[in-house]
Ligand binder design. Structure first.
Ligand SMILES: C[S@@+](CC[C@H](N)C(=O)[O-])C[C@H]1O[C@@H](n2cnc3c(N)ncnc32)[C@H](O)[C@@H]1O
Length: 388
């Protein structure tokens, strides 16, 4: 169930984050519960935090609990199987923790265990609480960036685990060049054994100022590398969340998976979240203009020419098309299409269906040759061999 925008006045970026989370958890928990008898959701920084809803429907754990409940009920109905759903919720602020406890009686169908305290020192306890063989979703959404990633490695490195991390890009970017030892130690713990400092220094020395986007690439690559290495994830992807009314990234949602299905679902959820983000931003900008002119904005609801999603997706599509072509060998060698699309989607923000259409267009133009294309097929099957 998607979040309601009315619960997010003044924090619309959280709406976009929750839009993504709701879609992602809902779709993946449902798929995972067809195979695993135990599914666990871990929220390392639960809150509640600035929630405005009646019963936690605008919090990350509330959204996850709803998804767990629905998947459990659906699999019971479809196959008569009982999937045990568990939520492990950590919160260090005593007042927020007290409110967190109020969610337990609302979900008697889910095993909820709450932990009062700091996330990182609780990692061992969390691991011990995960039933053997469970599939686990880990969300880390701190207010800042204080996570010792090496200490979290045993949790995110478990098999059958996926991770979403809210990487507070704009804060980190602003603090990255400050000298204070405590700040730099915190960043070292978040981004161990990466060369982001050197890369940022090179950017700063570059007379062609390539701006915040280039700095973002450096920092997002660093955190992605850390999660990939410490958690042994072949695929780590990012989706940007912008400031509600500024054309700048506020934070990045970083997602790590080991499965092709994860990649595919992530790109779907990303697409929908970016579209939702554009709508919200457009509305907010129109409201702002209307307030400024004290009259109804005659342009409200019409495109501002500033839509992020459309531009971003068009750029990603160009890159995905080039990557697809580059991954396909010249004849007589060939590869299975099913071995190519996950690698393209893992790197570029394009959905599986859209890439399949691009592949069909490349076939029509003669750029790619599919050896097994059946008559009347619109898009390739995974088993089709393809060559240039
Ligand atoms: C950004 S809020 C979480 C919001 C929540 N994920 C959501 O989307 O609804 C971060 C929460 O983490 C808590 N927190 C901050 N540092 C923490 C730590 N080291 N361990 C556990 N909780 C922490 C804060 O008190 C706050 O409630």
């Amino acid at each position: 169930m998607r979040p309601h925008l009315s619960n997010y006045a003044g924090r619309e970026q959280a709406y976009v984050k929750h839009h993504f989370l709701a879609d992602y958890v809902e779709r993946l928990v449902f798929k995972v519960a067809s195979v695993y008898r135990d599914v666990v959701y871990i929220d390392g920084f639960s809150g509640p935090w600035k929630d405005q809803g009646q019963s936690f429907e605008d919090t990350s754990f509330g959204i996850a609990l709803e998804a767990l409940r629905r998947a459990k009920a659906e699999w019971k109905r479809i196959k008569g199987v009982d999937v045990t759903m568990t939520a492990l919720l950590v919160e260090r602020d005593p007042e927020a923790y007290r409110r967190l406890l109020e969610v337990i009686p609302l979900y008697p169908d889910i095993r909820i265990k709450t932990f009062s305290g700091e996330f990182v020192p609780l990692v061992d306890d969390l691991i011990k609480t995960i039933p053997p063989g469970a599939f686990t979703f880990v969300l880390m959404d701190p207010k800042g960036w204080k996570i010792d990633m090496s200490a979290v490695a045993p949790l995110i490195g478990r098999s059958n685990t996926e991770v979403v991390l809210n990487f507070m890009f704009d804060f980190i970017n602003r603090f990255a060049m400050m000298d204070q030892p405590a700040i730099q130690a915190g960043l070292d713990a978040l981004l161990p054994a990466t060369d982001w400092r050197k890369q940022l220094a090179e950017l700063a020395a570059d007379p062609m100022d390539r701006g915040a986007n280039a700095r973002k690439d450096v920092l997002v690559s660093a955190i992605s590398e850390v999660i990939a290495r410490l958690g042994r994830y072949p695929h780590v992807m990012e989706t940007p969340v912008l400031y509600p009314t500024k054309d700048r990234t506020f934070y990045s949602l970083i997602y790590a998976t080991r499965s092709d299905v994860g990649i595919e679902v992530f790109r779907e959820c990303q697409h929908d979240a970016l579209k939702a983000q554009d709508l919200v931003r457009d509305q907010l900008k129109a409201d702002k203009r209307a307030q400024a002119t004290l009259m109804d904005d005659m342009f409200a609801g019409t495109p501002t020419g500033n839509e992020f999603a459309a531009k971003w997706m068009a750029e990603q599509e160009v890159a995905a098309r080039a990557a697809l072509i580059a991954m396909i060998p010249e004849g007589p060698a060939s590869v299975r299409y099913g071995d190519v699309w996950p690698a393209v989607l893992a790197k570029h923000g394009v959905r599986r269906r859209r890439l399949a259409r691009l592949a069909a267009e490349l076939r029509a133009s003669g750029t790619l040759k599919f050896l097994d294309w059946a008559q009347r097929k619109q898009v390739p099957d995974d088993d089709y061999r393809v060559q240039r």
